[in-house]
Every structure is written in C-alpha cells, then in structure tokens.
Design a protein around this ligand. Structure first.
Ligand SMILES: CC(C)(COP(=O)(O)OP(=O)(O)OC[C@H]1O[C@@H](n2cnc3c(N)ncnc32)[C@H](O)[C@@H]1OP(=O)(O)O)[C@@H](O)C(=O)NCCC(=O)NCCS
Length: 181
C-alpha cells in the first residue's frame, strides 16, 4: 500500500524479500546506534551477519503465524514492525509486537502507519487474541503511539533495563485484547 508523507516522500509498507537482508541488517545496526530504547546494543547488533539476517527474514516468509512488514520511503528501507506468535501451546493467543524506524524518518507518521498495518494483520489472524510487548518507561513517544492504538500498561518491572552509564529504567508491559472472548 502506498502513502504520502508530510515531507513529500512516498511510503510503501510491504512484506520482506530475502534480497532485503543486507539493507535490513544495515538498518537494524543503525537503529541500535540511534536509539537507546531498543534492547539490543550496537555491539550485539554487529554480531549478526548477512546469513543470520536472511534466516531472520526466512522465518517470517515461511511461517504465516508471524509478521514482518517493512516501511520503504522513496525506495529506502527505513523501518519495520514485527508480530511474533508465542511458540508455546498455552500461549498461542499471544502475539508480541516490535517496531523501529530510522531516526531521520521519525515524527512523519510512519510508526502510526506500521502499527495500523500490523493491527490489521493481527485482526485477521484467527488465533492471536492479545498483542503485548515491553517498552522502556521513558520512551514517551512510543508509549503515546501505543496508547493511540488502545494499548494499556498492564505491568511494570522496576529497573528492567540498565543503560550504558549504569543507570536503571523501569520496563513497562503494555497489552491489548483485540478479539472478544
Ligand atoms: C517509537 C517510534 C516507532 C515512533 O515512530 P514515528 O514514526 O516517529 O511515530 P509517528 O510519527 O507515527 O507518531 C506516533 C505518535 O507519537 C506521538 N508523539 C510524537 N512525538 C511525540 C513526543 N515528542 N512525545 C510524545 N508523543 C509523541 C504522537 O501522538 C504521534 O501520533 P499522532 O501524530 O497520530 O498524534 C520511533 O520513534 C522509533 O523507531 N523509535 C526508536 C525505536 C523505538 O523506540 N521503538 C519502540 C520500542 S518499544
């Protein structure tokens, strides 16, 4: 689906292809440099190689119970959203969401568009009833984005993450029931 961004760029939200691996890997590495709100450090991201990234994409292409969508702006991959259905039989009703965008493309509504596409996919996925994820407590923009989609805080792990400077921040769990009982 094609959208127009406030800066005049064209946004396409699409499924990945194996050939996206080098670009997606580079995007992931940059994101870990640009944002402290991701759990991966840049050093950890640098341990992933192209083969790992191809396998990462492949698992989404082969397993329709998981979702990976890419945001492509003016032909460049600038963000992604994932939903992973739990692998446990007792938790097949749970899908864990993750989202990230390159800094140059923040505040243009790409997060909202990716969330819309992911939530539409989840609505149509018969088994997934609850979407959940963790978010660092001072990630105000992400929390606002999630609230806009009806997600509510349902738990908090005090000192759930420790930054490079040694300081702790709480980790919030947010969730939303997307299907009625
Ligand atoms: C969080 C993130 C995905 C948001 O994406 P984005 O494209 O910048 O967000 P959008 O432009 O769609 O804005 C989303 C909402 O955030 C809110 N928002 C924007 N700027 C804000 C700010 N400074 N403070 C609080 N809320 C803000 C607005 O409500 C906006 O929705 P609206 O414009 O429809 O009212 C993106 O900033 C990002 O990738 N950050 C780094 C990685 C990250 O934190 N991922 C989430 C981990 S849980």
């Amino acid at each position: 689906m094609q959208h127009f961004l406030p800066n005049g760029s064209t946004l396409v939200i699409r499924k990945p292809r194996i050939e996206d691996a080098p670009v997606l890997l580079e995007t992931f590495r940059r994101m870990t440099q640009e944002s402290d709100f991701l759990l991966y450090t840049h050093a950890e991201a640098m341990k992933f190689g192209q083969r790992d990234e191809e396998n990462f994409i492949r698992q989404y292409l082969l397993q329709p119970r998981h979702l990976l969508l890419l945001a492509e702006a003016d032909g460049q991959v600038v963000g992604s959203v994932t939903i992973n259905q739990s692998k446990f039989g007792k938790q097949l009703h749970l899908g864990e969401l993750g989202i990230a965008i390159l800094r140059d493309w923040w505040n243009l509504g790409i997060g909202r568009r990716l969330m819309t596409a992911a939530m539409r996919w989840a609505d149509e996925h018969a088994e997934i009833e609850i979407i959940h994820f963790n978010v660092v407590a001072n990630n105000e923009k992400a929390i606002q984005l999630y609230r806009n989609f009806g997600f509510l805080e349902c738990g908090r792990l005090p000192q759930g993450v420790r930054g490079a400077d040694g300081s702790f921040t709480d980790l919030i769990t947010m969730s939303k029931r997307i299907k009625n009982f």
